[in-house]
Design a protein around this ligand. Structure first.
Ligand SMILES: CSC[C@H]1O[C@H](OP(=O)(O)O)[C@H](O)[C@@H]1O
Ligand SMILES: Nc1ncnc2[nH]cnc12
Length: 312
């Protein structure tokens, strides 16, 4: 088999971040494998550039694929280099991310192997993960009321509904509780999150979603339920075997869902959405709280790398 190229000279606007059980995306032409480095270190894995034929023009559309936990799932949730991942994708030109996550269900009606397109997050991480690009001499405050991008979320829901019935059950709203891990929750915590209105639980929505927002990237997570965590009286407490077993059994549906979203995003009519024109320039203001003469040289250099020309 021919070796994939090590560089790719065209901008790439769409990325998929694969999670547990979705470490690669099959069925696409593999155009390149990129080993990237950023001022925040190296991403979780090399970025695979996949060619996806546009359903409207037939032209190949490049998709960047990154494996959140590494190629062999060697990174625990708190070890994922989220800043390097998001910065590396932005540097390629990415403005839309579809992130995939295996989640525990906190509600009876969200059964194992169901899909959820969440619209909210409750933060139960513990502050041990670096969670902002704006620090060390450059302060920025971005709005995070909608942690997922509403227009992108609507498109993803429509794609999910178009597959629903063919073995795919979709819940098109939901609140993800993002916990620290790597241990699973106690029963008291699981019940507390239910009382808060949590729909599903994982260990990876944050800070990924916060950093995507700071990087002006439209971000939507697709969750697949793999277990009932530990609150359910008869389903049995979550184990890794349970998560992996359901993920493996339903991987084909997960790939079909992601494939349908990529088909839709590759259409010419969604060009503005894919480029996240509604977010473009938002950090120019949100990220310029620090007066120019108060900015540190190091922060300025990092900002120049991430947002060329924004803070000159
Ligand atoms: C292997 S169970 C816990 C693990 O699964 C989820 O991973 P991801 O979100 O990357 O699909 C969860 O967030 C935990 O990291
Ligand atoms: N019960 C659970 N808790 C946290 N993350 C998960 N990922 C899959 N199932 C999970």
């Amino acid at each position: 088999m021919a070796k994939a190229a090590e560089r790719y000279d065209e901008p790439i606007h769409i990325a998929v971040i694969g999670g547990t059980g979705l470490q690669h995306l099959s069925g696409f032409t593999h155009a390149a494998t990129l080993k990237l480095s950023t001022p925040w270190g190296e991403p979780s894995s090399p970025v695979s550039v996949l060619h996806h034929p546009s359903p409207s023009t037939g032209k190949p559309i490049p998709i960047a694929f990154l494996s959140r936990h590494g190629l062999h799932h060697e990174l625990a949730p708190h070890e994922v280099p989220n800043r390097a991942n998001i910065a590396a994708l932005r540097s390629l030109g990415v403005r839309t991310i579809i992130a995939f996550s295996a989640v525990g269900s906190l509600q009876e009606q969200i059964k194992p192997r169901d899909f959820v397109v969440p619209d909210q997050i409750i933060d139960r991480t513990k502050g041990v993960r670096p969670f902002t690009f704006f620090e060390g001499g450059m302060v920025g405050h971005v709005g995070f009321a909608d942690p997922f991008d509403p227009p992108l979320g609507t498109l993803v829901q429509k794609c999910g509904h178009s597959l629903a019935g063919e073995d795919i059950v979709l819940h098109d709203k939901g609140t993800v509780v993002c916990m620290e891990g790597p241990q699973f929750s106690t029963r008291a915590e699981s019940n507390l999150y239910r009382s808060w209105g949590g729909s599903v639980i994982n260990m990876s929505a944050l800070p990924e979603a916060k950093l995507a927002k700071e990087a002006e990237i439209a971000y939507q997570m697709i969750c697949m339920s793999t277990d009932y965590d530990c609150w359910h009286v008869s389903a049995g407490d979550v184990t890794v075997e349970m998560v992996m077993g359901n993920m493996k059994a339903n991987a084909e549906n997960a790939r079909r869902f992601v494939g349908a979203v990529l088909d839709e995003l590759s259409k010419e009519e969604h060009k503005d959405l894919v480029m996240a024109t509604h977010l473009q320039g938002s950090m120019k203001f949100a990220g310029s709280v620090t007066a120019p003469h108060g900015r540190s040289a190091e922060a300025k250099e990092k900002m120049q790398w991430l947002f060329p020309g924004y803070f000159d």
